[in-house]
Design a binder for this molecule. Structure first.
Ligand code: RUB
Length: 276
């Protein structure tokens, strides 16, 4: 069985979620298939994995990076070394983002986050490791409840967490010192894409003058097109047995204008304008 097919299904079912995890797992799967099926065109693996989530440029960017650098390389060891060096480079960037983000966190802060971003969670955990005392408000993130993953991870690392339904977010944002979230895509058209809910929460945060930070690796900048349509997921996630005369909408993400972001926390530093 091809690893690209296995990982494709895991990404589709959200067993693997979050842009970083999706991209890294895709690279490992593609590497295994290139080694196991040397006669197949690796572009096929890239296409299959990319089609699992249309709003994941980091996945596309790192698979292309691997394919470009692997041209002319042969042998399992060299291919594995290349994949490891790409993963190490990404992990180095993640650590830089965590420590830069942690600098923005101070004792007594009330911080809001939405969904599950390994990057945002990494920043919060780093701040906690540095001994900072703050509280975090998290939202459920219906319909798939990724916010519970965030709440558990933060609470398990000793951070005080308040968890609430998505529609209660005003209570979290009002009086917050920071809204921090991750990103799936940064679009040349001047928008970012992140979990549905991010858009309305950014608008509310701007009304309450809450500094709003998007924590993202710059490999999430879309390089192969100007704009992207947002992924629509299975309506059954919203309402399993909905009456047939009701049409269900289930957009997985929001497209958010970059003007709502105070700054991007990236491996290249704190950037006001991530596209320049
Ligand atoms: C997850 C989500 C995350 C981004 C960034 O959505 O929107 O905020 O992917 O995550 P889903 P990370 O659960 O549908 O994948 O910082 O881990 O890359």
């Amino acid at each position: 069985m091809r690893q690209t097919d296995v990982v494709y299904e895991k990404i589709k079912s959200l067993e693997i979620q979050g842009a970083m995890n999706v991209a890294k797992s895709a690279l490992v799967a593609m590497l295994k298939d290139i080694i196991s099926f040397p006669d197949e065109n690796p572009e096929k693996f890239l296409e299959k994995l990319s089609s699992a989530r249309p709003n994941e440029p980091m996945l596309r960017n790192i698979l292309r990076w691997f394919l470009k650098e692997s041209k002319g390389l042969s042998g399992e060891a060299l291919l594995k070394d290349l994949a490891d060096s790409i993963l190490e480079e990404i992990e180095k960037g993640e650590k830089e983002i965590y420590s830069l983000g942690a600098e923005l966190i101070h004792d007594g802060m009330k911080i809001f986050t939405h969904c599950h971003s390994s990057t945002a969670v990494g920043i919060l955990k780093e701040a906690k490791n540095q001994g900072k005392k703050f509280v975090v408000f998290t939202t459920e993130t219906r319909p798939r409840f990724q916010g519970r993953v965030t709440a558990k991870e933060l609470a398990d690392s000793g951070i005080e967490v308040f968890h609430m339904v998505d529609s209660a977010a005003k209570y979290a944002i009002d009086g917050a010192n920071m809204f921090v979230f991750g990103a799936d895509s940064i679009l040349p058209s001047g928008y970012l894409i992140n979990k549905v809910g991010t858009g309305i929460f950014c608008v509310v945060a701007s009304k309450y003058d809450v500094p709003t930070y998007c924590a993202t690796h710059t490999l999430k900048i879309v390089t192969d097109k100007v704009d992207e349509a947002v992924e629509e997921r299975d309506p059954k996630e919203v309402w399993m047995d909905a009456p047939s005369n009701i049409k269900i909408k289930n957009p997985a993400f929001d497209k958010v204008h970059l003007k709502y972001v105070t700054a991007f926390i990236t491996e290249k530093g704190l950037l006001k304008d991530i596209l320049s």
